[in-house]
Design a binder for this molecule. Structure first.
Ligand SMILES: [Zn+2]
Length: 475
């Protein structure tokens, strides 16, 4: 009884502060989502923004308490600022298809336009929305700003008509207090919806076998949305196969054969708005190995490859926590090989300019030298041989079975090699990361962001994921 009395004032303070925070939310926002659509155009050396439209975008699923983003993730960052007080009301970091495209050779030759959206709780009063971009020294500089009066005649105060039906995979509580993941399917024909449901359950099940998702499952809601395609499969340009699937996902993004993205942001957003969500995974009804993931946009994954489990979780790591690729020996579309590297914003890659200021220094295993020695040369020789073999197989039009056989062989060989060194399993700074052989370092010799081995997320990646879970689920 005494204990109960002692606890009461604390409970009272917590509930009072929570209600004042949510009062603060409702002072500025309603519980709907506002979506600012715009076009992002440019080349490798200049970029421009133009508004498309402002629409209502379904219920607000995000936190009502953690409105300002303190994670410092993303190439871009937007803020919603009250016009009357000039105080920031909401902010989030993100990355974009444009942000990747501008680093490809094509961006030096031509202009392109990509459609993008910013989503935030529906403001009651006029706001200014500012968009910032990270400079190489990690400062955010404003590159666009626009004002929105929520009561203007040009703001569409109506939700999109639902396309497809939403179903619950599992639900643990109100959307505002949970991370809300929405799974979409592309290339599933009307008679393949049962397969879509079983693919969703299988893939989501795999995600929650990995830490830290496993321990934090109660902080998530997962829903899925049935959007049947007219025919089975999606566009695979390298194979000469083209489909007008509802989400327009396609292989060969930036001409990289296994990189799957969609440039039809407007449609993906309209379709997704039928459900409360913050994160989106798109499953492709495809046997061909492929996927992609962009921070705070979406992740994609081919559901029927032998490595689908790995792809789903790896790509979700990009999308959810802004994790960088730790691998560096595979072919990529981006331009690489710069002589010096600024410190990357991704939480799991460093340029190690000053080992005493390493951003994951509190996780470094005591006694581990920085940089950390590993069997780098041996790994690169083996990996380059597999890359050559892979290119040869692709060029000869080899089947997915043959490709997967090679991947399995590589997996076995690399697991042996990586896990036999002196610092295997330790956190340090291992050179070779983010497509660069030299000058960029990863936290552990192996991680699901580095290889297809059965290793899960390294402690640095796991910690980054936990911070994002907190951002959406903690009061
Ligand atoms: Zn990692």
């Amino acid at each position: 009884m005494k204990r109960l009395i002692l606890l009461l004032p604390f409970a009272l303070i917590v509930s009072l502060s929570l209600s004042s925070v949510s009062a603060q939310f409702s002072q500025h926002f309603t519980e709907r989502t506002m979506r600012l659509d715009y076009f992002h155009s440019g080349t490798a050396s200049e970029e421009h923004f133009s508004p498309d439209r402002v629409v209502m975008d379904g219920p607000w699923a995000g936190s009502q308490t953690r409105l300002l983003d303190s994670t410092n993730l993303g190439k871009y960052f937007f803020e919603v600022i009250a016009r009357d007080t000039n105080m920031p009301l909401y902010s989030r970091g993100f990355a974009s298809v444009y942000g990747e495209w501008e680093t490809t050779p094509e961006a030096r030759e031509m202009w392109r336009t990509f459609h993008e959206s910013l989503r935030f709780p529906w403001p009651r009063k006029p706001v200014q929305v500012t968009l910032k971009k990270r400079t190489p020294d990690n400062a955010f500089v404003e590159i666009w700003s626009t004002t929105i009066d929520p009561n203007s005649r040009f703001v569409v105060r109506a939700d999109a008509a639902p396309r497809g039906s939403v179903w619950t995979v599992f639900e643990n509580g109100p959307a505002s207090q949970k991370v809300d993941l929405l799974v979409l399917g592309d290339g599933y024909a009307g008679n393949e919806m049962e397969k879509f449901h079983s693919d969703v359950k299988r893939m989501v099940g795999k995600l929650f076998e990995h830490e830290p998702f496993k321990s934090r499952k109660a902080d998530f809601n997962v829903r899925a949305l049935d959007v049947p395609s007219a025919e089975s499969g999606v566009t695979r340009p390298h194979a000469g196969i083209f489909r007008r699937s509802p989400l327009s996902t396609h292989y060969s993004s930036f001409d990289s054969e296994r990189y799957v993205l969609s440039y039809d942001n407007r449609t993906i957003r309209d379709i997704s708005s039928a459900a409360p969500y913050e994160f989106v995974s798109i499953l492709l009804n495809e046997r061909t190995y492929g996927g992609g993931g962009i921070f705070n946009l979406y992740a994609t994954c081919a559901a029927d490859t032998a490595f689908a489990d790995y792809i789903f979780v790896h790509e979700f790591g990009h999308h959810f926590a802004g994790l960088g690729d730790e691998y560096y020996t595979s072919d990529v579309a981006y331009e690489t090989g710069a002589s010096s590297h600024p410190e990357p914003w991704e939480p799991n890659v460093t340029a190690l300019h000053d080992p005493s200021e390493l951003k994951w220094k509190e996780l470094v295993t005591p006694g581990t030298p920085l940089p950390t020695p590993w069997k780098k040369a041996e790994f690169e020789t083996a990996s380059n041989n597999y890359q050559k073999e892979r290119r040869k197989l692709r060029a000869s039009g080899a089947s997915e079975d043959q490709m997967e056989k090679l991947f399995s062989e590589q997996k076995q060989r690399e697991t042996e090699l990586l896990h036999s060194g002196g610092f295997a399993g330790k956190v340090g700074a291992f050179e070779g990361a983010s497509y660069e052989t030299k000058g960029l370092y990863r936290p552990q010799v192996d991680c699901i962001m580095f290889s297809r081995n059965d290793v899960g997320f390294c402690p640095v990646c796991a910690k980054a994921i936990e911070r994002v879970i907190d951002l959406y689920s903690r009061p």
